[in-house]
Design a binder for this molecule. Structure first.
Ligand code: CTP
Length: 397
């Protein structure tokens, strides 16, 4: 964190007291810190405490009434290498998600061009309310890094999720973000995502339920951390927005194979999250098939295994990461795939886990690497899962 310019936004939650510890940790790690508080936050911790610890005046209002100076949110936003809002209340998150700009912290957030981390803190029922969950999704879709609250005893006396993550862990996330960013700048990564559609005739196809959300989240996360991403995507309703992502749209397994093998030549890492059809109709009719007999048999032939092909072509410095969605004998099947496709590691999803699988915004993964090291992760948002996969990828280099 040495020399990194950090804006810390503090909002009105009891967890605001942790801001003092967090500022101290940031300063000790060599960061420059400027604190912006909402007026509600000043009820929980004094600006004097945070000004003393950060060695900088604390900003609260648009205007400093003592000397008539204007606090420029645009300048603050441009100054920062990173903005961290910790604690972020449900109220502030709702305003951030909706572009409301009624205090200096929010106007600075809207002007900031740097990465933004949001560490939530609130009561457990507020945290689980559909509007809060929806706002978290919106904030993540804008590219903010969301730091989930942890579970434990809350100020209300209730026990559950809502405690702001510990300052040490937030700092660790920032540090790995900056380390990762350094490692990812200049790296090119191929990501496959979504389903494939195997045409039967001009009207019908054989497809699957993959939404592409996991692959798109990985692509966005890589791009945010500075990588150049080629996203080879089957048909989905998603759109990648980051300028570092080049999206190559394909339909069939053969088209995905052609695009991926071409791109792989010049990439450092390939992450194969697409749900590629294993079989395709042997013949694709050029006219619509008519309903005739009572039974219909369509002959299918195996598609090419893209991951296995890239595994065979892999050069010593390239990394290849696969996915496996299994319903039974999960780990055994995943390990077989590491060998048969020459993967460096595999991300295993089980359809037996609630919250994991097609179309969901969350996922629960286990990563198994070629050295047989196994890591089991909690159920998390797909953005956070993407982050974990990238951390593992960086650790394998
Ligand atoms: N994969 C691929 N090309 C294929 C099939 C799969 O690139 N034709 C990739 C997937 O993107 C995934 C990994 O291989 O990263 C495992 O996919 P999966 O469908 O689980 O494995 P299969 O090899 O198809 O085995 P099976 O369907 O029998 O479990």
């Amino acid at each position: 964190m040495k020399g990194k310019k950090v804006i810390l936004g503090v909002t009105g939650s009891i967890a605001a007291y942790k801001a003092a510890i967090f500022v101290r940790l940031l300063i000790k790690a060599g960061a420059e810190v400027k604190v912006i508080m909402t007026s509600a936050a000043t009820e929980f911790i004094t600006p004097l405490t945070l000004a003393t610890l950060s060695k900088n005046p604390v900003s609260i209002d648009f205007f400093d009434s003592s000397n008539g100076d204007w606090d420029s949110h645009v300048e603050l936003g441009l100054w920062a290498d990173v903005m961290v809002i910790a604690p972020a209340t449900a109220n502030t998150m709702a305003k951030m998600a909706n572009g409301i700009a009624c205090n200096l912290l929010l106007t600075t957030y809207l002007s900031a061009r740097c990465p933004v981390f949001v560490a939530a803190a609130m009561d457990l029922d507020m945290y689980q309310h559909p509007s809060t969950l929806h706002n978290i999704e919106i904030l993540q879709s804008y590219g903010n890094q969301f730091i989930e609250a942890s579970s434990g005893e809350l100020a209300s006396g209730l026990i559950g999720q809502g405690r702001m993550e510990e300052p040490e862990l937030i700092l660790a996330k920032l540090q790995s973000f900056f380390d990762g960013k350094k490692k990812l700048i200049g790296k090119s990564v191929l990501v496959t995502a979504g389903p494939t559609y195997e045409p039967i005739d001009p009207v019908r196809f054989i497809g699957n339920h993959s939404s592409g959300k996991m692959g798109y989240a990985i692509a966005e996360e890589l791009a945010k951390q500075g990588a150049k991403v080629s996203l080879v995507s089957g048909p989905t309703s998603l759109k990648a927005s980051h300028p570092n992502i080049e999206t190559i749209l394909v339909q069939s397994a053969q088209e995905m194979y052609d695009a991926s093998t071409q791109v792989f030549e010049n990439t450092d890492v390939a992450i194969m999250s697409a749900a590629v059809a294993d079989y395709t109709p042997a013949i694709q009719l050029d006219k619509k098939m008519k309903r005739k007999s009572k039974e219909l048999h369509i002959e299918l032939v195996a598609t090419k295994d893209i991951a296995a092909e890239l595994g065979a072509r892999k050069k010593p410095k390239q990394l290849l990461i696969g996915f496996a969605l299994e319903t039974n004998n999960e780990e055994e099947n995943a390990r077989k795939k590491i060998l048969s496709k020459n993967l460096d590691f595999i991300v295993l999803n089980s359809l037996q886990d609630a919250g994991a699988g097609f179309g969901k915004d969350t996922n629960k993964i286990t990563i198994i690497d070629k050295n047989n090291k196994k890591e089991i992760f909690e159920l998390k948002s797909k953005t956070e899962v993407a982050y974990d996969i990238i951390q593992k990828m960086l650790s394998m280099e």
